[in-house]
Design a protein around this ligand. Structure first.
Ligand code: AMP
Length: 284
C-alpha cells in the first residue's frame, strides 16, 4: 500500500495501475475510519478495483460554528485499517495541496441541495461537490463508492456526475449500523454512553414509520408525528432539525406515500448532530 500527499504522486500511481489494465475505485473519506468506511473499501476490493482511499477533513464543507477543528483525526489507525483491508493507495493531502492559495471555482448542484440538510448547513453541499469534483479530477476513478448513510449527499453527487458528464459510476452502499441500530458515524465518538443509548431512537423511529406505511398508513403528517413522538421521548434529545418524508429523486416532501419514499432526519443528541435515513417501498 502506498501513502502519498501530492496530486502528482496520485496521478502517477493511478496511471501505472490503469496501464496494467486495472479498474480504479475511489473511496472518499474524512478519516476516523470505521466499519461504515470499511464496507465501502471492501466493496471496491470485491469489485476488483485498484482501491484508492482519500483521507481529507475538507474545511469547505463545514459551516461556521461546526466541528471542523475538533473533528476526530486518527491517521495512524486509519492507515492500518486501509492496509488490513487491502487498499492500494491512500491519498492524504494538505488543504493547500487541494485548494492552492486562491480558489475561485466552485461546483454547486441546485435544488437538490436546498431541502433537508441544505436548510441547516448553508454551503455544506457546495463544499462536498467541489471536493468530490476535485478528487474525481485528481484520481480519475472508474467508480466512486459512497454511503447511503448520507443519502442526500449520494443523490447530489450522482446528479453532479450526470449533469457534468463526468466519466465515472457512483455506487451507493448500504448503511452500516451498530447492534442497537445507530448508524455508525465518526461523530458517534462525541456521544456519552447515555446519549449513545438514546441515539437508537432515530433508527427505531424510521423503522416504526416503515412498518406503519407498509400497514397502509400513508398520510405523511401522521407518520412524521409518530417519528417525532418516539424521538422526543429520548431524554438526551436536544433538538430536532428535521424529520421528513420525501421523494427519492427530487427530495421534495410527499403528502402521501404511494410506493417509494426516503425517510430522513437530523437530530441533535446532546451537542452532537446526527443524521439517518431509510429508503422504503410500500409495494414490496
Ligand atoms: P465521511 O468520512 O463521514 O465523509 O464518510 C465517507 C463515506 O463513508 C461517505 O460516503 C459516507 O456516506 C460513508 N459512510 C459513513 N458512515 C457510513 C455508514 N455507517 N455506513 C455506510 N457508509 C458510511
Amino acid at each position: 500500500m502506498e501513502v502519498v500527499k501530492t496530486i502528482t504522486e496520485v496521478r502517477s500511481l493511478v496511471k501505472s495501475a490503469r496501464e496494467q489494465g486495472k479498474t480504479i475505485g475511489l473511496v472518499p473519506t474524512m478519516g476516523a475510519l470505521h466499519v461504515g468506511h470499511i464496507s465501502l473499501i471492501e466493496r471496491s476490493v470485491r469489485d476488483g478495483c485498484f482501491t484508492v482511499v482519500s483521507i481529507f477533513v475538507n474545511p469547505t464543507q463545514f459551516t461556521p460554528g461546526e466541528d471542523f477543528e475538533k473533528y476526530p483525526r486518527s491517521l495512524n489507525t486509519d492507515l492500518k485499517i486501509c492496509k488490513d483491508n487491502k487498499v492500494d493507495l491512500v491519498f492524504v493531502p494538505t488543504a493547500e495541496e487541494v485548494y492552492g492559495k486562491e480558489m475561485l471555482t466552485w461546483v454547486n448542484v441546485e435544488k437538490l441541495t436546498e431541502p433537508l440538510c441544505g436548510k441547516f448547513r448553508p454551503g455544506h453541499f457546495r463544499g462536498v461537490t467541489t471536493i468530490c469534483a476535485k478528487l474525481f479530477n485528481i484520481v480519475i476513478p472508474d467508480v466512486a463508492y459512497f454511503g447511503q448513510k448520507d443519502a442526500q449527499q449520494a443523490i447530489v453527487i450522482k446528479k453532479m456526475v450526470a449533469d457534468l458528464n463526468m466519466p465515472l459510476e457512483i455506487i451507493a452502499c448500504p448503511t452500516v449500523r451498530e447492534p442497537n441500530g445507530l448508524a455508525v458515524s465518526s461523530r458517534n465518538q462525541y456521544l456519552s454512553p447515555d446519549e449513545r443509548k438514546d441515539a437508537a431512537c432515530l433508527y427505531n423511529a424510521l423503522q416504526r414509520c416503515e412498518q406503519m406505511a407498509k400497514s397502509g398508513i400513508t398520510h405523511t403528517p401522521q407518520l412524521i408525528a409518530e417519528m417525532r413522538k418516539i424521538i422526543e421521548a429520548a431524554p438526551t434529545v436536544k433538538q430536532i432539525d428535521y424529520i421528513e418524508i420525501v421523494d427519492t429523486h427530487s427530495l421534495q416532501p410527499l403528502e402521501k406515500i404511494t410506493d417509494k419514499a426516503l425517510l430522513a432526519l437530523a437530530v441533535k443528541i446532546g451537542a452532537t448532530r446526527l443524521i439517518d435515513n431509510i429508503l422504503i417501498d410500500t409495494t414490496s
